[in-house]
Design a protein around this ligand. Structure first.
Ligand code: BGC
Length: 453
């Protein structure tokens, strides 16, 4: 598919791809890995077709193939996640040398190809014993996470120049603890708020632990959706603002300003909140944004969606989601709204001003089936143009990681949603680059040879 070349991105802009441990590694019984809350959730039949992630994409055994694919892409960086239960099988206590050794070899393989390893320390796979002790509802989990962070940094900080503490604390809180669609499957609605606070605390404690162990260049990957108001009534505006607060600012504000966006939320959080906020807001080197699509939100009403992309929305929620009009939708049914990325980045810049560290897009991508995937190419092209427009508008964005290098286990959707630039045959685990892989490779190469802006 030939498209006009992308405009030139700033010098040194980092081109990357993302993945996560639970979604790719497999090797469930290898290295003495412990079970995670997600393994237990899968065993309860909560993944489509009763699937589990015990094989994943076979990344644990085939990581060298995927590193070669990254090299073929000309990627500058690879964002992968370290599996906490592979490194500390019980979540605390004994460190598993074999598990740590796997990441050591992966980092070496990336470095040998000149690819920057950018590990995420937590991409949702809480060690099962910690999950069973309350998971993120339990303050102790934050302290255990910081211990694990220092174990990983002590081993890898000499070669890893970019770190991510936690992936999408909002999704874990909402999907895992409030609505029960993801592990651990709790349906606590607003009583899930402690899970948000404890993840934020875990982030802050991990930043301290990483720095103490010699790691530098630390960020976090936070999901953001620009929220648009459906309707014009006062109730609609209130509902949209509440949704915006819960999904965007309840996470970004504590990290970037040391305050919860609303005193009422702060009052609902557990523990010594003011002291915790001082830890949570330790200055970051950069801030990661995961963007998929905007949300349209109004007052709860009978025409609100009963479920969004398979996630059930209980009627008692104080807001109602609406369908965004969009000519194009991914296989997941998600609307394709590239300008939402520019809109979001400009909003972040306006809201936080000088308090906003440099940004990276730590995830952006789409689910489409097929090896010939012109719609993924169109998606990536349009989102990169939108990102470029944000940079032109003055937002300091330093890099872009597409989600994902290969197809992978899309959480409760199992193998049914394919986000990869590279196709995975789940029978043979064979990898086949899609048309979008060649497009991204050529786009990266063109940036390298383009006159710099
Ligand atoms: C998550 C990924 C997931 C992607 C697509 C993000 O919420 O970080 O793990 O695969 O979205 O749903």
């Amino acid at each position: 598919m030939s498209m006009p070349p992308l405009p030139a991105f700033p010098p040194g802009f980092l081109w990357g791809a993302s993945a996560s441990a639970f979604q790719t590694e497999g090797g469930a019984d290898t290295d003495g890995k412990g079970p995670s809350g997600w393994d237990a959730f899968a065993a309860r039949g909560r993944i489509k077709d009763g699937a589990d992630a015990s094989r994943g994409t076979g990344f644990h055994a085939r990581y060298r193939e995927d590193v070669a694919l990254l090299a073929g892409l000309g990627a500058d960086a690879f964002r992968f996640s370290v599996s906490w239960p592979r490194v500390v099988p019980a979540g605390s206590g004994r460190v598993n040398a074999a598990g740590l050794g796997f990441y050591d070899r992966l980092v070496d393989a990336l470095c040998a190809h000149g690819i920057t390893p950018a590990p995420t320390l937590y991409h949702w796979d809480t060690p099962l014993p910690l999950e069973e002790a309350g998971g993120w509802l339990n303050r102790d989990t934050a302290a255990r996470f910081a211990e694990y962070a220092s174990v990983v940094a002590e081993r890898l900080a000499d070669r890893v120049p970019m770190w991510i503490t936690i992936n999408e604390p909002a999704e874990v809180t909402l999907l895992g603890y409030a609505l029960g669609e993801h592990a651990p499957g709790k349906q606590l609605l607003f009583d899930a708020l402690p899970a948000a606070h404890h993840q934020l605390l875990a982030h802050g404690l991990a930043v301290q632990a990483l720095r103490a162990a010699g790691a530098a260049n630390i960020g976090i990957a936070v999901s953001h959706s620009p929220v648009r108001t459906a309707g014009t009534s006062e109730e609609d505006r209130f509902a949209a603002e509440l949704y915006d607060t819960i999904t965007n600012w309840m996470f970004a504000d504590p990290i970037l300003t040391g305050r919860y966006p609303d005193e009422n939320f702060a009052a609902l959080m557990p523990g010594p909140v003011a002291d915790d906020l001082a830890v949570i807001s330790a200055p970051l080197d950069w801030y990661g944004v995961n963007y998929y699509h905007p949300m349209l939100v109004g007052a709860p009403s009978s025409d609100a969606l009963g479920d969004f992309a398979g996630v059930g929305m209980p009627a008692e929620l104080p807001f109602g989601l609406r369908d965004i009009e969009s000519e194009e939708r991914t296989d997941f049914g998600w609307p394709v709204v590239p300008d939402g990325l520019r809109e979001l980045l400009v909003r972040l810049n306006d809201r936080f001003g000088d308090g906003l560290p440099p940004l990276y897009i730590t995830e952006n991508g789409c689910s489409y089936d097929g090896l010939d995937d012109p719609r993924r190419i169109a998606f990536l092209d349009a989102h990169l143009r939108s990102l470029h427009a944000a940079i032109d508008a003055g937002v300091d964005v330093r890099g872009y990681f597409t989600w994902s290098l290969t197809d992978n286990i899309e959480w409760v959707e199992g193998a049914s949603q394919r986000f990869g630039l590279v196709h995975v045959d789940y029978e043979t685990l064979e990898r086949t680059p899609k048309a979008s892989y060649a497009w991204y490779r050529d786009a990266i190469a063109a940036q390298r040879s383009a006159p710099q802006r």
